[in-house]
Design a protein around this ligand. Structure first.
Ligand code: ADE
Length: 416
């Protein structure tokens, strides 16, 4: 386990406790796990953003009896005070440090895999990829895994398709109680939070270009628009483009949007969505950021080659002075701006995502559960249970079908 900065322990403790207050669903799972110990004897290798919310998940898995090791799923998303508290106070083995190099990032993945996992818990599939390529000897020990994010699910489905995935994975991302809330409202709020923390610029009245209109893009567009930005959406998928149009945004190609934007935010999961030809057309002072999992959505080496000088202006804000005199500003090195420049999604929404993680880890060990090496959906009863528990924690009552309504919905005879 890495050595930690002990002076950060109490800061991390306060922040973890603050986050836990907004995570009632995960807390109730933690209380049950404490009594039932459903993960007793289970080794878990987790590769997640090391935030306060992840800290509460680690405490929950530990309460369930698991031996957990944690590393970061992104070199810039680690909150060092959380590491200090988890390691020194909670006895969780954490291998992560904000700003770690690529080499350290993979070294930490290997240290986590040394736990000889029965379960993997990944966010982006770097841990699963490393296990399947460099640590194959450990594969026979693994019962199953979970995946947190869209990009990871896409990679894992590609592995399954090619017949190289060796154990079942549950796509936590695809649960309704995950992507409809975390991806939309969580990414929406925390991305704008990251932009504001790193720039302190006014969003109202600006032209804000969102590249990609999946659940995350929808959330970012809605939040930016709610703050008074004029939002432009770019898409490659015609149904999503139409959706954006009818949601009230301007829709156009990135080539058309390039000279118009004050802010650009990519969230497509794809590579070089904003390329050199687009950056060549941007306004002086345009601000560029990314909310997709990997830092590939901008052609960053292309940006480097356009610039003759680059300097850090504020935390997480780099100025690129281009050879033609214009200046472009890149946030968080083009990595996930919501985690690199802010604290990630708020606890109130991650509560449901991590409740899915905890319950799916438990589900993998159910006596009747027999899964193949494929990517599975979260069982519907888990998804619904989490939604009900969240509503209950918010003191929201909903109706139930009357017997008459139930039988009407199951009949076909009654019509016009
Ligand atoms: N992904 C996005 N926000 C996060 C958070 N707060 N904690 C862990 N993973 C996240």
């Amino acid at each position: 386990m890495k050595s930690v900065n002990s002076s950060l322990v109490s800061v991390g403790r306060n922040r973890l406790e603050w986050a836990a207050k907004s995570m009632p669903v995960l807390n109730s799972i933690q209380q049950r796990f404490e009594k039932e110990k459903p993960l007793s004897g289970i080794n878990i290798a987790a590769c997640l953003h090391v935030t306060t919310e992840t800290g509460v998940l680690m405490q929950t898995l530990k309460a369930g009896g698991a031996d957990v090791r944690l590393c970061a799923s992104n070199p810039l998303s680690t909150q060092d005070d959380v590491v200090a508290t988890l390691v020194e106070d909670d006895g969780v083995n954490v291998y992560a440090e904000k700003g770690e190099s690529r080499e350290q990032f993979y070294q930490h993945i290997h240290q986590v895999l040394d736990v000889e996992p029965h379960v993997t818990m990944d966010d982006g599939a770097d841990l699963v990829k490393t296990l399947h390529t460099e640590r194959k000897d450990l594969l026979s020990n693994v019962r199953g895994g979970t995946e947190e994010t869209t990009t990871g699910v896409i990679r894992l489905k590609a592995m399954a398709e090619k017949g190289v995935l060796e154990y079942p994975i549950i796509a936590v991302n695809d649960a309704d109680t995950k992507h409809l809330f975390d991806n939309r409202y969580g990414t929406g709020q925390s991305t704008i939070d990251g932009i504001i923390r790193s720039t302190n610029r006014l969003i109202a009245g600006s032209v804000f270009v969102v590249c990609g209109y999946g659940w995350c893009g929808k959330g970012i567009a809605k939040t930016a628009s709610g703050m008074g930005a004029r939002v432009i959406v770019t898409e490659v998928e015609p149904i999503r483009a139409l959706e954006a149009l009818m949601d009230g945004y301007q829709v156009m190609s990135i080539a058309e949007a390039s000279p118009l934007g004050d802010f650009f935010c990519t969230v497509t999961g794809d590579i070089h969505v904003i390329d050199v030809s687009h950056m060549e057309q941007m306004k002086d002072g345009a601000i560029l950021c990314n909310a997709g999992h990997f830092n590939v959505e901008y052609n960053l080496s292309g940006l480097d080659s356009l610039a003759d000088e680059k300097k850090e202006i504020r935390d997480g804000l780099e100025e690129f002075r281009l050879k033609d005199g214009r200046k472009l500003y890149l946030l968080g090195e083009g990595r996930l701006v919501n985690l690199a420049a802010a604290e990630g999604h708020p606890s109130g929404v991650i509560d449901m995502s991590f409740a899915n993680q905890a319950l799916c880890a438990e589900y993998l060990f159910g006596s009747s559960v027999k899964l193949q090496p494929r990517v599975y959906k979260v069982p519907e009863n888990i998804d619904r249970l989490i939604a009900s528990a969240k509503l209950e924690s918010l003191n929201v009552n909903i109706d139930t079908l009357t017997p008459e309504q139930h039988s009407y919905l199951n009949s076909w005879e009654a019509g016009t």
